[in-house]
Design a protein around this ligand. Structure first.
Ligand code: PLP
Length: 481
């Protein structure tokens, strides 16, 4: 039987030598192939592509490719075998420092446990509709996919978002003020970098959303944690602690993590403070679609007659985080700087999902999706509360949002509760690390947005059984004993 020639030819569509411009082509190709061999990108014994194919691929004359191969042969880097082709030599002379071995990626983590914050559950009907809308884009693609777009984002989705915000959230806006972003996080980042300067004093709620804190700190802002009580953040305390603040980050509809709504007197005080001080209010309205009782709360932005509120929303909760679609409603004077920053960083958002999402809203699917989502989330919330209540008797079902706080008496109870959660397969996070300056309260922040009620209830019951056996030490973080 004929000896089989080694044919571990690399994928040349992925490994195309990049040649410098100008100069003799044969030498350039020789040098680049030699570099690939010396660094181990081309392994000993690997088959080189036929000279004709390589020359065509690189736009060289065949003669140049033949000469390069002859040079590799002559220097001992390659061996041509008649009828079989040219191969990287089995033993390469003077091999330079070997290329670092590629580290395999760590295994994918398994699905996050029920109770993890930020999850959403796929809704079969929504997924079907989305598939149809995406397919429609692929079958009859909008012209927007094939040219460079508006740095504010696609017009169709901006119109839908503006209409939704006006009717559902009481936001005063037109599509020209809506900036589509890769979630809240990009909106925050763009606003912070375009509007504020490193060192600027900024208020955040205490405790606060850690990703907002990270965005401000990463941009060099000087943060003051303004205490939150049963009425939300206290602007009077903020004015005492950092009177010259240039901006404030708030979650007025549903404070993250404590879950309170900013009271009307505090809303008025905050808007008034911002107007008098020329400060910006960054309103993070992340989960207001999920209100289970009482009238919907309107956005702070709608109460502000002075144009000091930058409103930020997201589809991460209402639909799913993988869409990476959020939006900011920008006061007129901020449009220029924010849009300039967007266009020089990522130019404009991806258009494919954007068009499908615009159709999802325009054709009325969003409202129906939210109604189904509210029912699902509410059932999961009830299962969670039912399972936790025997050991945390004071626990009340929140009438808004996608998480609750299982308040605990002290740091020891929190540490124990958190360890018990890991053992019980219940997700969530500890409350106290979310504080900046205020004396921390303790507890577990547990999500109920992304899990089936049974699975969440079962995990919470396991936690209650494990933790409660040591004598539960619950305490409402907003009304400590
Ligand atoms: C307070 C707050 N804002 C915004 C978000 C959503 O962030 P993004 O839109 O970047 O996914 C979350 C998600 O957990 C949140 O808790």
């Amino acid at each position: 039987m004929a000896k089989r020639t080694q044919t571990n030819m690399p994928d040349w569509s992925a490994l195309i030598p990049v040649l410098p411009e100008g100069g003799p082509r044969a030498r350039a190709l020789y040098a680049e192939l030699r570099r690939l061999i010396e660094t181990g990108a081309l392994r000993p014994g690997a088959k080189l592509p036929p000279t004709r194919a390589l020359a065509a691929r690189l736009g060289l004359s065949r003669g140049a490719a033949v000469t390069a191969f002859e040079m590799l042969n002559a220097d001992g880097f390659a061996e041509s075998r008649t009828g079989a082709g040219t191969f990287v030599a089995a033993r390469v002379p003077r091999v330079a420092a070997p290329a670092p071995a590629l580290q395999p990626l760590p295994p994918e983590p398994g699905p996050p446990p029920p109770g993890t914050l930020g999850l959403t559950a796929p809704d079969a009907r929504t997924m079907r509709i989305f598939r149809t809308l995406l397919n429609r884009q692929l079958a009859r693609p909008a012209a927007t996919h094939f040219s460079y777009g508006d740095p504010l984002g696609g017009r169709a989705l901006r119109e839908e978002v503006a209409a939704y915000l006006r009717t559902a959230r009481g936001v005063r806006c037109d599509p020209g003020q809506v900036l589509l972003t890769s979630g809240t996080q990009q909106a925050l980042d763009l606003v912070i970098r375009a509007v504020l300067s490193p060192g600027d004093p900024v208020w955040v709620e205490d405790p606060c959303y850690p990703m907002a804190r990270a965005a401000f700190l990463g941009a060099g802002m000087a943060l003051t944690g303004v205490p939150v009580d049963g009425e939300g953040m206290d602007p009077a305390a903020g004015a005492r602690m950092a009177p010259a603040a240039r901006a404030v980050h708030v979650t007025p509809s549903h404070q993250f993590p404590l879950g309170v709504a900013l009271s009307m007197p505090r809303r008025l005080a905050l808007v008034d403070w911002a107007r008098r001080n020329g400060a910006w209010i960054i309103e993070d309205d992340y989960d207001s679609e999920f209100r289970f009782a009482g009238p919907p709360l309107t956005a702070l932005q709608g109460m502000d007659g002075a144009g000091r509120v930058i409103y930020i929303g997201t589809f991460s909760k209402a639909l799913f985080p993988g869409l990476r679609t959020g939006y900011a409603v920008l006061p007129e004077p901020l449009l220029g700087p924010v849009v300039a920053l967007r266009s020089r960083t990522d130019r404009y958002p991806s258009t494919l999902a954007e068009e499908a999402l615009a159709a999802f809203l325009r054709e009325g699917h969003f409202a129906a999706h939210l109604a189904r989502g509210r029912r699902r989330v509410r059932a999961a919330r009830d299962a969670l509360v039912a399972a936790l209540s025997p050991v945390l008797p004071g626990l009340r079902a929140p009438d808004q949002g996608l998480h609750l706080i299982a308040g605990l008496a002290d740091a020891a109870a929190e540490a124990e509760g958190f360890a018990a959660a890991a053992r019980a397969g219940l997700g969530g996070r500890a409350l106290s690390p979310l504080y900046l300056q205020a004396p921390p309260r303790h507890g577990l922040v547990v999500g109920f947005s992304g899990s089936a009620p049974d699975a969440l209830g079962a995990a919470a019951a396991r936690w209650a059984a494990a933790f409660g056996s040591g004598g539960a030490r619950g305490q409402d973080p907003l009304n400590p004993a």
